[in-house]
Design a protein around this ligand. Sequence first.
Ligand code: SF4
Length: 249
Amino acid sequence: MTNFPLSRSEIETISEEFETASPPEIISWAVETFHPNLVMSSSFQTHSIPLLHMVRQAHPQIRVCFLETGFHFWETLIFREKLERIWGLNIVDLRPNDTWSVFLRRFGRNLPQEDPDLCCYIRKVQPMKIALQDAQAWITGIRREQTDNRAKAKILELKKDGVLRIAPLLNWRKADLWAYIQKHDLPQHPLPLERYPSIGCKPCTRPIRPGEDDRAGRWDAKGKTECGLHTEMFDRPAITPSDVTFTKK
Ligand code: SF4
């Protein structure tokens, strides 16, 4: 998308200023600066709901991208539908690009176990990148305390394909989310009560054990902590099935 309204140095300056701003202040700026070329992504976990609530208050019709991988817990899908209905959200379900149809028919079921990076690329990273082609800015709920990779993030980051990633909750801790959820009496996903504090796709999420980190149940024993939306995978050139060598084990 052309006519980006900010230079790189302006982005850096504003990002520094936002280190002491509240999430609603950052979201209001994003709406004023970028709407209607603004989207947000949401995984519809309980921890996602404060950001959805804030964005909806700033502008109820912001596009909310949901990565429909085909592997979600049914509790997540029901929770997503409930919020869409009671809050009137403008949700867009993102699915793998059609170029992967034949490949996924052959290998799709095995990918989470055998090549989770490729699976996340096809089912999450590429659909999100395609959805961002007609946007200037993207609001995401990442927080610095979640992973080492996220600890290094900035509130505003201009990605290689020219989209500004905005992370209003970057400095929030888990306690801030829970305080917000309780203050506003927000709906909650049922699975955290069953020891799933962080919920992704079903094949790649297990309940945590006492004393484990909240994200310990994600991609357990797969040497992976992120899907790729917030790693260097996001900035790599696009790949197609002809770039991939994959044989079912
Ligand atoms: S989280 Fe698992 S099932 Fe979901 S896209 Fe990534 S590898 Fe595939």
